[in-house]
Design a protein around this ligand. Structure first.
Ligand SMILES: Cc1cc2nc3c(=O)[nH]c(=O)nc-3n(C[C@H](O)[C@H](O)[C@H](O)COP(=O)(O)OP(=O)(O)OC[C@H]3O[C@@H](n4cnc5c(N)ncnc54)[C@H](O)[C@@H]3O)c2cc1C
Length: 472
């Protein structure tokens, strides 16, 4: 007979690949033995199945989590509803616990799973844990969700502090292994060709490394964050985004760790960015079409050019604009791109090339280790000008003047575009302006070793503005 203490409960790991501050895992462990489960569910994800860089991260993160669980994490692949149903029957499971996710496809799937489990007499319990506050909880006094960040932020900061993180549960003797579960390798997350050298050099996925990174930022008191966060060559930002996306660290842990430094403007600037993440999730929750449809319907009439050759040059970092190219190559090599450069590269695609933001978002989705449906969709719509709290369409970043301002000594550009490394700073941001003798001395042959600019900035800017006028 199954008693309360011997009963097996499922904790379904999803975007919460951690043991600390995991209320769902705590609840499952409190109720009896725990079958820890991870399901790779590409079937329900559809077009939003994880891209290549995310899969690279996931494999390593799962491996780290499995090690923390003494090798007892059970892997499956396929439709999560069917797999959970089969596990519940085979193990006589009474409760299934998970941490809530807010992607529209996950909400639809989880709702259906909850209904089916409940109908079968099994308790299905979802828990908060991915955000500081639930996405429906920060709303206008008059009702409805915020479309502009500043008032959203003000309202969020006026709330009581987020819930305190919970400690990891004692799991000794409680973990259940399923002999029929797959090996991690059977999820086929590893790249088929070895394109991941740069990712291996840059990142260490997993809870321990996420907590180390957070501790390092706290130890350094977020020094230089407020100003330095705009300079891609500086090491001022946290690089926590993929850890946050996969739930290796929770925003509540970050909030609590930064509490003692709360009065410091550097920390305030950092916390504000964390709240942009909350804002993106609130938008995605209230506007589930955000990843696929223009928020501003006037943009539906925009005549995107979508030239595939131009798109490919942007993807490959061969636009002829060094800062854009450095960003696109950083993305390909390391699975990330600095935030300022993301804005500049995205603006270049959408405005100077008039290519649909959804094509840019799809490339980021495949290449970013932090690819996140809420942040990626909200950010691309923001840059495109089609979003809620959007940058006005006429705000078109000039990649040359942005490079002079934010990479003044050219360190970032030289790192990712070695063929320009010997060009003096005076010409680095616009190699075309260099005299032939300087190019020759720097071993740069325009059109051969490095491309000429693929568009005229002034002209393409004007064309974008004209095209925008037609939509109004
Ligand atoms: C076109 C475009 C696409 C983007 N796509 C993604 C994406 O897929 N996933 C993603 O996590 N971020 C995305 N961002 C936001 C931002 O660039 C990254 O969150 C940031 O660069 C991550 O680096 P970090 O962890 O060092 O950030 P930090 O500056 O250290 O910030 C701390 C945390 O705050 C959050 N954050 C910071 N900036 C933003 C922002 N602008 N919007 C929302 N949250 C933010 C992140 O979770 C980040 O880890 C995108 C931005 C642009 C312009």
């Amino acid at each position: 007979m199954i008693t309360e203490s011997t009963a097996t409960h499922i904790h379904w790991f999803r975007q919460d690949l951690r043991l600390e501050d995991n209320p769902s895992l705590v609840a499952a462990a409190r109720a009896g033995r725990v079958l820890p489960v991870y399901i790779l569910d590409d079937e329900n994800a559809g077009n939003f199945r994880m891209g290549g860089a995310s899969r690279w991260w996931l494999r390593r993160s799962l491996s780290a989590l499995n090690a923390s669980l003494g090798g007892t994490l059970n892997f499956y692949r396929g439709d999560a509803g069917e797999i959970l149903d089969e596990l519940c029957q085979r193990f006589g499971v009474q409760e299934v616990h998970w941490t809530r996710c807010y992607e529209p496809w996950r909400i639809a799937r989880d709702t259906a799973i909850k209904k089916a489990l409940t109908a079968a007499g099994i308790s299905a319990r979802s828990h908060a844990g991915a955000l500081l506050f639930e996405p429906w909880s920060i709303s206008k006094n008059s009702g409805g969700y915020y479309q502009i960040f500043s008032p959203f932020y003000k309202k969020l900061r006026a709330q009581d502090a987020p819930d305190e993180p919970v400690s990891k549960p004692a799991l000794d003797g409680l973990l259940v292994e399923d002999p029929q579960a797959l090996a991690l390798d059977a999820l086929e997350l590893a790249p088929r060709v070895a394109w991941d050298t740069g990712l291996c050099a840059r990142w260490e996925p997993g809870e321990a490394s996420a907590l180390d990174r957070l501790a390092a930022m706290v130890d350094a008191q977020f020094e230089d964050y407020a100003e330095g966060r705009d300079f891609p060559a500086r090491d001022s930002v946290s690089r926590l985004s993929p850890h946050l996306h996969f739930g290796e660290v929770s925003p509540r842990q970050i909030w609590q760790a930064t509490e003692p430094l709360e009065a410091d403007p550097q920390v305030e600037a950092f916390r504000r960015q964390l709240c942009w993440r909350e804002f993106s999730y609130s938008l995605l929750f209230h506007v589930p079409e955000l990843p696929t449809e223009n928020f501003r319907k006037s943009f539906d009439a925009f005549a995107w050019k979508n030239d595939p050759t131009q798109l490919a040059r942007w993807q490959q970092g061969r636009t002829g604009f060094p800062l854009v190219d450095a960003g696109m190559r950083e993305l390909w090599e390391t699975g990330t791109m600095h935030n300022r450069v993301r804005m500049i590269a995205a603006s270049f695609l959408v405005k100077n090339l008039q290519i649909d933001w959804r094509l840019g978002a799809a490339w980021f989705w495949d290449c970013l280790v932090d690819a996140d449906l809420a942040n990626n969709s909200a950010s691309w719509q923001w840059v495109a000008g089609s979003g809620t709290d959007a940058a006005p369409y006429f705000r078109i970043f000039n990649p040359t003047s942005q490079a002079k301002k934010y990479d003044p000594d050219g360190r970032y550009i030289r790192r990712f575009i070695p063929e320009l490394k010997s060009l003096p700073n005076k010409y680095l941001f616009n190699p075309c302006s260099a005299p032939e003798s300087v190019l020759e001395a720097a071993n740069v042959r325009l059109g051969k070793t490095y491309p000429r600019p693929m568009v005229d900035l002034k002209q393409s800017r004007q064309q974008a503005l004209d095209a925008y006028q037609l939509t109004r």
